[in-house]
Design a protein around this ligand. Structure first.
Ligand code: XMP
Length: 506
């Protein structure tokens, strides 16, 4: 296994996904993990992630120098390169010539890290303000950028790169990571589908013959977890579906329909009124989230208590949720305030069952599709946030506004499916902007609502791009919205990437 030392970069998870895509198991550990805990028997290599600090900052996430001496090959990435140079006696300085985005690098020496890369000059993705000015003793320089900055260094089995091989914008990034895995002689045995047997057995040991509860939302994580558990304990498992009144059009029926062939014992609760009452007058996005999260816990608890003898709680927690729960100052956890781990089990006295807490979404999708036979409609469904349409209505949530955004959202999804675009897109939704604009319908002037369309493609939801529609498709969607949704006279298309924008508007 490869251990990734997380120094707080938003891209740390990308490194893990890339390594697993190359069939090697990997885990992310915080930078302050003790060297003896890093050096487990199965350790094959160490990757040190990027991070937003300078090595000289007081809060810089510096790991122990011993990590570089554990015998396993090391690859430092960005801050990883700077921290290796710093810890081993080199010099790191800020530069006037900061490099952000695409940069050219030129390989100056042959090395196993760049083996079989067909050219000596190629494009990489950079994001740094500091550079390695002087390499530590014994290190050689493998590459420089077109600005002359040191782009890669090596000594024995310690390698480092200033750029990010884990992002798609870096040409040959996958080959470079693959070469590092060869340097580590890493076992290529990781396969989530094969791991399914182990995972199912472990889960069975934990819960066989016991009664349990869990949430089900219709999304891939909770659905896959529910089907897996139901396969093991049958009718003893009681998934609870809470309608918070913030769902999409016909969502509750869709979920029931999608599960009709699975015999799941779904407990449906309509708590719409409760949520809407609590949200009256609330405009701040964070408060909306808190209120909805809190109310969800209360409703869920009430329902769960009705299930006699329940001893465990199933959650579709994924690996990214687990990583984001580890507090590393300066990490992406500051930006993402919405992960759904924790809260429920502590006060309910139930044992937590999280079969997928070591997996990424694409890995769960493989299990869902190939091992559990879930339909495509569930497996490749666009994600939908826990707070639902409440964060797609800018400002106060009312049932009239919900109706409006629900219809617009339905039209968008319907058109994407009709046009065979739905599965090419990662997430698509409508937003009701809290403004009115002037329009003209027939001979009359209007002053009505505005719908924003957000349609994005992304690999990991950490960064995203807007979908480049053909004009005819976008026009047809816009026309349908203004024609069919009463109270809307204008539709705008969101053309911001993430970053700087987030995918959701609130
Ligand atoms: P952002 O807006 O952070 O979204 O770029 C990234 C992904 O996360 C989803 N998202 C949420 N999911 N509760 C959730 O369960 C939330 O509060 C929440 N906010 C955003 C978003 O839909 C996208 O898929």
């Amino acid at each position: 296994m490869i251990k990734i030392i997380d120094c707080g970069s938003q891209l740390t998870q990308n490194i893990a996904r890339r390594i697993r895509e190359l069939d090697v198991f990997t885990e992310i550990v915080p930078f302050h993990t003790k060297p003896e805990d890093i050096k487990t028997e199965d350790l094959e290599g160490i990757i040190i992630s990027g991070g937003q600090f300078s090595v000289y900052d007081k809060e810089s996430p510096l790991y122990s120098k011993e990590v570089l001496n554990l015998g396993a090959p090391v690859l430092g990435i960005c801050y990883g390169q700077q921290s290796i140079a710093y810890l081993l006696g080199g010099k790191v300085t800020p530069t006037e010539n900061r490099e952000y985005g695409e940069t050219n690098i030129l390989l100056s020496r042959e090395s196993p890290l760049f083996k079989d890369i067909p050219c000596s000059e190629f494009k990489v993705w950079m994001s740094h303000g500091d550079i390695v000015q002087k390499v530590p003793e014994g290190f050689e320089i493998l590459a420089r950028t077109s600005n002359g900055h040191i782009a890669s260094i090596k000594k024995d089995n310690i390698y480092a790169v200033q750029f990010h091989p884990e992002v798609d914008h870096t040409e040959h990034g996958r080959e470079i990571l693959n070469n590092f895995l060869n340097i580590c002689d890493a076992e290529r045995t990781w396969n989530p589908e094969r791991d399914y047997e182990r995972l199912a057995e472990e889960t069975e040991e934990k819960i066989k013959g016991k009664v349990g509860v869990g949430g089900i939302s219709g999304g891939v994580d909770s659905s896959t977890a529910s089907v897996l558990i139901d396969n093991i304990v049958g009718g003893d498992y009681h998934p609870i579906f809470v309608n918070n009144g913030l769902l999409r059009l016909n969502e509750a029926e869709e979920v029931r329909k999608n599960f009709s062939s699975f015999n799941l014992n779904i407990n449906y609760v309509d708590a719409s009124e409760r949520f809407l009452t609590k949200l009256k007058g609330v405009t701040d996005p964070d408060r909306k989230r808190k209120i909805i999260g809190h109310e969800f816990i209360r409703v869920f608890e009430e329902e769960a208590r009705k299930i006699e003898d329940a001893t465990y709680l199933v959650q579709g927690t994924l690996y990214p949720d687990v990583i984001e729960s580890v507090p590393i100052y300066g990490s992406s956890s500051k930006i993402k305030r919405h992960h759904n781990v924790g809260g429920l089990p502590e006060n309910m006295g139930l044992e937590l069952v999280e079969p997928f807490r070591n997996m990424f979404k694409d890995e769960v999708r493989k299990i869902a599709e190939n091992r559990l036979g879930l339909p495509k409609e569930i497996v490749y469904r666009h994600p939908f946030p826990g707070p639902g349409l409440a964060i797609r209505i800018i400002g106060e949530v009312t049932s009239e506004k919900l109706d409006l955004v629900r219809k617009a959202d339905y039209i968008l999804t319907d058109e994407l499916k009709e046009r065979d675009l739905y599965y090419k897109i990662s997430q698509a939704f409508a937003v009701l902007i809290n403004a009115q604009s002037v329009g003209v319908m027939g001979d009359e002037g209007t002053y009505q609502g505005i719908i924003g369309l957000r349609v994005v493609t992304t690999d990991d939801f950490m960064t995203s791009d807007w979908y480049d529609f053909k004009k005819a498709d976008l026009t047809a969607i816009g026309n349908r919205v203004t024609n069919e949704v009463k109270g809307v006279n204008r539709v705008v298309y969101d053309i911001t990437q993430k970053p700087p924008a987030t995918i959701e508007w609130e």
